[in-house]
Unconditional design. Structure first.
Length: 241
């Protein structure tokens, strides 16, 4: 006698939603990986001096002009990043809440107790990165906060490079930045592998090893690349003009 072994419709729907959320996290995360690599490359321009950095910043604002107004490309790209960030955070916290809610059963509770440290660090590291990103935007884009009292405000207002140099001449600003880079590096390392896993690119042992190596390479290149400019400024290798 045939029996119905299909899972309940609610379970199928929940699984599909979980897959969708993971794919959404993977795709939005891929956009951020592209962004941080490009942003890291741009930050390295400061090693050539504030004038070169200012020229690079001006070039970003003139992209696709006169089709777009001055700075139009940057604002469109920022809007895309905000949408991607909202989608990434929504998917992450939804999955997080779902995982916590599933711990009501004994089996899942035991599985949750064996959760690795890296998954928890991904969650809280993401929160730390989000908080740092808000401060970073306020300091360098929205308000342009001058934390270095020895640099005139007028100079900060007229030069993006001067603001960068003035900020990282302050030791505690560099410390905050480096701590954020630790969180970012760990998030990228595990995130790249998780994205590859979600997209079905880790079905073999060699593919898993490649995904882990790629994640490690992206994390190290990004963290080191972002760390070089503030450290060079702090130790006087790069000075404001």
């Amino acid at each position: 006698m045939a029996t119905n072994t299909l899972p309940p419709l609610g379970q199928v729907s929940a699984r599909r939603t979980t897959v969708f959320l993971k794919i959404l996290m993977a795709l939005s995360g891929a956009l951020f990986v592209f962004y941080v690599l490009m942003h890291m490359y741009g930050n390295l321009k400061i090693l050539g001096g504030t004038q070169g950095f200012d020229e690079y910043a001006l070039h970003l604002r003139t992209l696709l002009t006169p089709i777009l107004p001055f700075g139009g490309f940057l604002w469109l790209f920022r809007a895309l990043l905000v949408v991607a960030l909202a989608a990434h955070a929504w998917a992450a916290f939804t999955l997080w809440a779902r995982a916590n809610g599933a711990r009501t059963t004994r089996y899942v509770a035991k599985a949750a107790a064996r959760a690795t440290v890296k998954s928890r660090m991904m969650r809280w590291g993401g929160v730390a990165i989000l908080l740092f990103l808000v401060w970073h935007l306020i300091q360098f884009t929205i308000v342009k906060v001058n934390v270095n009292g020895s640099v005139p405000a007028a100079r900060i207002g007229e030069s993006a490079g001067a603001l960068v140099v003035a900020s990282f001449q302050v030791w505690w600003m560099v410390l905050i930045y480096l701590l954020a880079l630790v969180a970012l590096g760990m998030h990228l390392y595990h995130g790249v592998y998780s994205a590859a896993q979600t997209l079905g690119w880790t079905n073999t042992g060699s593919a898993r090893a490649t995904a882990k190596t790629t994640g490690l390479a992206v994390a190290l290149v990004t963290a080191v690349g972002f760390a070089v400019p503030p450290l060079a400024i702090l130790f006087g290798i790069v000075k404001g003009s």
